[in-house]
Each structure stands twice: as C-alpha cells, then as structure tokens.
Write a protein that binds this ligand. Structure first.
Ligand code: LCS
Length: 398
C-alpha cells in the first residue's frame, strides 16, 4: 500500500481524496444530494451525537466535498481542510470560530478589499476590534499586540501590492508574545504549490479557491486548513451555525478536477509572469513593476526564502495619469479587463476603483496602495502573445 504522505506534490494533487465508490468510477462522483438516508431513527440519532461515522446533511459534509478537502489538506501540509462557498466564506468562517466580543485581531495593513471591510467595518459591529500594522516590520506587529489579541492575520504576497510578508518572522513574534494567538494566513496569491504557511509556523490557512486552486474561472469557493480539532470546530460551529457558507458538491468536483494540474499550471503562470515582468520593467511608459521575482523589488529576498517561485500576480504603476492609462488599457485585445485572478486568461484590473474600492482614499494611502496601481493576473497563454498585446496597447504612451 503506497503511503501517500511520502509521495510528491504532483502525485498527491491527483491521487489524494480518491476513495472506492460503488460503481468503480475513477473520479469522485458528484454526490448532488442535500441529505443522506439513515437506516433507522436510532442510527440518525447516533450520527448526530457523533457516536457513529457517516453522512448526515450536505451543510455538514458530503463525499465529493470531502475529496477536495483531503487534497487541499495534503497539499498545504495540514491535518484537515474544510471547503466553503467562497474565499470570504473561508475567512469569515475561520474568524467567527476564533473570535468573540472583546477580542482583538491584529492584521497586516494591505489586504484584499472585502477582507479589509470585514475586519474594519463588519466585525467591529459585534465587538471585535481590528488593528492594522505593517507586517513587513515585525516591531510594528509587536507594538500592536495586547492581551486581547486572539488572531494575527495576513496575506502574502498581498493583494494588490504583492508586498511579501515573512511568515516565519510574524509567527515567531506572535507566538513569543502569546502561544495561544492564532496566526491566520491567506495563501490565495501563492497557492499551496508555491508556499505552505503551516510549515512556516502559521496555525490556519485560508484560501479563495476561486483563484489558482480551481484555476479555470468557473467557481466561487474557499478552503480553511488547520488542525483536525480546529477544522472540526469550524465544521460544527463557524460554518454550520455562523455563516452557512458551505461548498456545493458540483463546485467541489470542479475543484478536485482543477487541482490535478495545479503544479503544472503554477509553473507556467510563474514563467509567463517572469517574462512579462521583465518586459514591463524595461518599458519606457512603466514607472514601477511590483513583482516578487524582480531583484529590485522590496520583497524579493523573503519571497526567495519562503516561496518556490514568485507567482503569477503583479502590479504596475504607469508614468501617465489615470485617464491616459485607462485609455491605453482599454486597447488590450487578448488580455481582459476583469477582477479575479489565477485563471487561464490574463486579467487586468484597477484596484482603487474595483477590488479595493472598500478602502477610502486615505486608507489606500495608509496601506501603501497607490491610486494609479494596475494589477495583472498573468494567465497561461503564450508569453509572447501577452507581451505583444501590452506592446500594442502601450504604443501610444511612448
Ligand atoms: N482573499 C484574497 C487574497 C482574495 O484576493 C479574494 C478575492 C478573497 C480572499 C475572497 O475570495 P472570494 O470570496 O472572492 O472567493 N479576490 C478578488 C480579486 O482580487 N478580484 O476579484 C476577487
């Protein structure tokens, strides 16, 4: 019997989560059912009491969803994982399990717009205070911690500036202050192929599986990864009772399918991104390229230390003003103006007016997000075609 834990990433992304089914189907079937039959009233009672294994109701668990969860747990190096209806469902499910009124969260100041909104405007309604600090400076984090801090929260690379946060350094500052603090890392931009935060000292990983994990732009989903005890708590409370943001079996099927190619997709996203980043870096209309793979980028050294490759996401600042930049971007023909990321298609967006419009102009400035920043999710097309499209779109700027 092969020990899957000893197999490599590519083998596990394909084979973990595969269980025998009555028809002998190679891929895990879509168990498109809300509920599961019990043999008797007594059996139903035993399942609800946790005295007997078995399925109950798809908001609690489902065989198709479990297959995707097992894959993600293995790829992140966690004991268990839980699928959710969206990345925001993963973040809110994890945080509502860890926090209660009176607690504090200390978060990095650069976050996906809706995460920032949840922390700064949503949770405060229920008595949870969020404080923001620049985690690139571990002393800033140390100053923000108090006896009320229960969660330290970060993304890396950050959306949308690609700031790289040293996960091991943050975890060690937080745990030295109080070993009970849970360090939660949003690993969406890296994917488990490039970075595994639990191995660097984080306690919980969250994902928008809408992005690289599914990889095909046709699902909204998320995952929470951590110890079995924590995932049981989220499954039985944070997800079941607080958010109800459960992953659908059909989405779990698409995700398990997408995951089979995660490593080869990420290799191509990264090599394409490196080629495009170098080209943009030398373009006369571009003021700055924010990409962890460029030697002159602030996060380069930390990225090299904690990531396998620098990723498929980048942002650029143009020398032209906002309207001239927008007119140039509107000329793109192959690359698409759209939010989301991690898809086969190259996607271009303007964070200040789109993904980060939940920030006020003052909050954008305080979080180091330039108003004119343009974010690019490099797709899986031929790199010379992506470059040619930017070349024709930017021709009028030089
Ligand atoms: N975390 C990160 C880092 C994200 O970028 C997003 C979505 C989420 C969590 C939330 O995931 P969702 O609920 O959408 O699955 N980011 C988006 C973006 O940058 N463009 O569109 C959505």
């Amino acid at each position: 019997m092969i020990d899957m834990n000893k197999c490599g990433f590519a083998t596990r992304q394909i084979h973990v989560g595969k269980h025998q089914n009555s028809a002998g189907a190679l891929t895990t079937p879509i168990y498109q059912t809300s509920t599961f039959e019990f043999d008797s009233v007594e059996q139903g009672g035993r399942r609800f009491a946790g005295q007997e294994p078995g399925f109950i109701y798809t908001r609690l668990s489902n065989p198709t969803t479990n297959a995707a969860e097992e894959k993600v747990a293995s790829l992140e190096g966690g004991e268990a994982a839980l699928g959710t209806a969206s990345g925001m469902g993963a973040i809110s499910g994890a945080l509502w399990t860890l926090l209660k009124a009176g607690d504090e969260v200390v978060a990095d100041e650069t976050l996906y717009g809706c995460t920032f909104s949840l922390l700064s405007h949503g949770m405060s309604r229920y008595g949870v205070q969020a404080k923001f600090a620049d985690f690139a400076k571990p002393e800033a984090l140390k100053e923000a911690l108090t006896s009320k801090t229960k969660v330290v929260y970060l993304e890396t690379p950050c959306n949308p500036t690609l700031k790289v946060v040293d996960i091991a350094a943050v975890a060690s500052v937080a745990h030295a202050y109080n070993p009970d603090i849970k360090v939660v890392v949003d690993n969406t931009f890296a994917s488990p192929y490039l970075q595994q935060p639990l191995k660097l000292g984080a306690d919980v990983v969250v994902h928008s599986a809408t992005k690289y994990i599914n990889g095909h732009g046709d699902v909204i989903a998320g995952f929470i990864v951590g110890t079995s005890a924590f995932i049981d708590e989220v499954r039985g409370f944070g997800l079941k009772d607080m958010t109800g943001a459960v992953m659908s079996p059909f989405d779990a099927f698409l995700i398990a399918r997408g995951l089979k190619t995660l490593s080869i997709r990420m290799e191509r996203h990264c090599s394409n991104a490196m080629a495009v980043a170098r080209w943009l870096h030398d373009h006369p209309a571009v003021a700055k390229v924010w990409y962890p793979g460029l030697e002159d980028f602030e996060g380069y050294e930390i990225a090299k230390k904690q990531m396998l490759l620098p990723g498929g996401m980048m942002s650029i600042e143009m020398k032209a003003d906002r309207d001239t930049t927008a007119a140039a971007l509107n000329k793109l023909q192959l690359c698409t103006i759209a939010v989301s990321l991690g898809d086969a298609e190259t996607l271009v967006e303007h964070p200040a007016s789109m993904t980060h419009s939940t920030y006020t102009p003052e909050e954008l400035a305080a979080s180091g997000i330039p108003e004119g920043l343009v974010r690019i999710s490099i797709g899986l097309e031929d790199p010379e075609d992506i470059i040619a499209d930017f070349e024709q779109a930017f021709a009028s700027l030089v």
